[in-house]
Design a protein around this ligand. Structure first.
Ligand code: FES
Length: 614
């Protein structure tokens, strides 16, 4: 692989994938209702799924072809039909450029001898959706799964960008298991404010604390607002969207370099074109999701998340995706595999730089190469390129050792997600060490509790709140059932009276999630959550809580008998909403340590052709 002038090697953008031969329309395709079509008895090379719609020379074939007559005859000649699953929406500004990306994908599909058909699914815009986009991740996954299975598709391109669009689309596709490739939308350009880079989310949290501490006025705050999001694209710090884009590449679902090309960069369009070409080849090779999403691939993704200082949200989403494809992944795998993984990039929120800098420094292939050289990568894991992850990355350059640190000069020595357990989190909770404060990694403190996020908002600014910098803030009822949807509120802002004293971090514990752009010594995803009667529900003001990250311990310092008695008195809170999707969600969502998927969606149901509708 030859190095390009900047960014990762761009050779993958010039790759000519093996020439693909067209499948012939299968004249022997069976109409489930009318039986075998009349015609010759010629045997096809391999019967494509779509031929069950478009090949029969009968009434049903007539219907399937006739209603799509905007396309030329050769669209129905047996070539692979490729679904382009689009999450474009004006309410999802991170995905605002997806119409053009979809067009570029379709060019590539036609060029490689396929027939592209674009279809929409519900989009999830993290910045607008209430109560939280996470509430709808499983709903969208159902939309994707059923859209794929019900339609004449042989392969799928997933257009993903804003946070939840990534896991939702992969989860749905995984339950079908067709050849599938992911095209990430790419990060937006670096934010620029007063001559400095500012990062999505990360600097919002920072500026907000400055305002609450009285060190920034509202006029400056509003000035920053128009300087942060300079283009389409997802958040450009190493937040959840960037972490998930890296997961996509690390797990083998994206072409090399897919994670970091900025959204407005012309190479993102080229990438889209190449994705379109490649998916046609994947259909011919029958390179399905289940051949790529192996246990080894998930293990690679876990280690990469540590190496990039990635989001805690990747933990939940990876568990949900693994559950769909049938890989037995658990929370402890994250702790075991993430231990001693060095954080090798200096990106916000753990460090200084942003995704645009990461791309120009070499992008994810440079990280994969370093992990591969140091025994931290399953080199043979196959990827959508048709090559192993090691073949994709073994010659990847690093153009900027400040942004992508050399292996022996990491940003953080032990950057993998830490999983803590104890009587306060029997089924586990997580912390992102690279974004936490070293002096709080072992800490005992007095609990200051909040029964809900509204309770927190009502009292946190009160100067009479009995809290000091050694206290531990405990937030309840923000988990999957409690919120519902498990909102990103775990990184509670600190009390203004402490901010004014210069306090910058405190231990915070909750059953919520936090934005991947956020930082602090924040224990998240406590399982079981308070709203289903987890021990978090019965923590009281004044209790002592002990956190010991090196020992992976989270302990409520009350006797076993006392804890049992408190849990015996606990009463389940009334549901926030009766009926509708939210009721289904609360009834069937699993806890965070299981990926917060619906229990009835776990597993791969395949893509057998459904019965005829006519
Ligand atoms: Fe869309 Fe951050 S708001 S990725």
């Amino acid at each position: 692989m030859r190095a390009g002038p900047q960014g990762p090697s761009d050779d993958f953008l010039r790759t000519s994938f093996p020439k693909v031969s067209k499948m012939k329309r299968d004249p022997a395709a069976v109409s489930p209702i009318n039986g075998p079509s009349s015609g010759t008895d010629r045997k096809p090379e391999r019967i494509l799924r779509s031929t069950r719609w478009f090949a029969p020379e009968d009434k049903n074939g007539f219907i399937h072809r006739s209603w799509m007559r905007g396309y030329p005859e050769h669209a129905f000649d047996g070539r692979p039909v490729i679904g382009v699953c689009n999450t474009w929406s004006e309410l999802t500004p991170c995905n605002a450029h997806f119409r053009e990306l979809a067009e570029r994908v379709k060019r590539g599909v036609w060029e490689a001898g396929g027939f592209p058909v674009e279809f929409p699914v519900m989009s999830l815009g993290e910045s607008n959706l209430r109560p939280t986009a996470m509430l709808f991740r499983n709903l969208v996954s159902m939309d994707v799964e059923e859209s794929i299975r019900a339609n004449p598709l042989d392969g799928v391109v997933l257009l993903t960008g804003c946070d939840k669009t990534v896991p939702a689309l992969i989860m749905g596709a995984a339950s079908c298991d067709l050849p599938t490739i992911v095209l990430s939308g790419g990060p937006m350009l670096n934010g620029k404010f007063h001559g400095q880079n500012i990062g999505s989310g990360t600097d919002v949290w920072r500026f907000n604390e400055e305002v609450r501490a009285g060190r920034m006025n509202l006029s400056t705050f509003h000035e920053a607002e128009v300087c942060m999001s300079r283009s389409a694209g997802h958040c450009m710090s190493m937040g959840t969207a960037s972490s998930l884009a890296c997961m996509v590449e690390a797990i083998g679902l994206g072409l090399p370099g897919n994670a970091a090309i900025p959204a407005p960069d012309s190479r993102r369009l080229t990438m889209a074109h190449m994705v379109g070409r490649r998916i046609v080849g994947m259909v011919h090779e029958d390179l399905r999701l289940s051949k790529i999403l192996t246990r080894e691939a998930f293990e690679n993704a876990i280690r990469v998340n540590g190496a990039i200082g990635g989001s805690t949200n990747v933990v939940i989403h990876s568990l949900a995706i693994a559950g769909r494809i049938g890989v037995d992944l658990c929370l402890d795998d994250w702790d075991r595999l993430g231990r001693n993984v060095r954080t090798l990039i200096d990106l916000m929120p753990s460090g200084r730089f942003l995704m645009e800098d990461f791309y120009h420094a070499g992008g994810l292939p440079a990280i994969l190469r370093m992990l591969g050289e140091n025994g931290l990568l399953h080199r043979d894991a196959i990827t959508v390129s048709g090559q192993s992850i090691w073949e994709n990355s073994k010659d990847a350059p690093n153009w900027n050792p400040e942004v992508i640190r050399p292996f022996d000069r990491p940003l953080v020595d032990d950057g993998g997600i830490a999983v803590v357990r104890g009587n306060l989190a029997p089924n586990g909770a997580v912390l992102k060490p690279s974004a936490a404060s070293l002096h709080l990694m072992r800490h005992r403190g007095r609990a200051v509790t909040f029964e809900s996020i509204e309770d927190y908002h009502q009292r946190i600014d009160n100067p009479d709140l009995d809290v000091d910098e050694n206290c531990i803030l405990v937030l309840k009822n923000c988990g999957p059932c409690g919120y519902p949807g498990m909102a990103e509120v775990g990184n509670m802002g600190l009390p203004p009276k402490l901010l004014k004293q210069g306090v910058t971090d405190m231990v915070r514990i909750s059953d919520a999630r936090m934005s991947g752009t956020a930082y602090g010594t924040v224990i998240l995803h406590v399982s079981p959550e308070a709203a289903v009667g987890g021990p978090l529900a019965v923590v009281r003001d004044g209790d002592t809580v002990e956190l010991d990250i090196p020992a992976r311990k989270l302990h409520l310092d009350v006797s076993e008998a006392e804890l049992k008695a408190r849990l015996g008195e606990w009463a389940k809170p009334a549901p926030a909403m009766k009926g509708g999707y939210q009721s289904l969600y609360v009834e069937r969502v699993m806890q965070a340590d299981k990926g917060a998927d619906f229990d009835f969606l776990v597993g791969c149901r395949g893509a057998a052709v459904p019965r005829e509708s006519h």
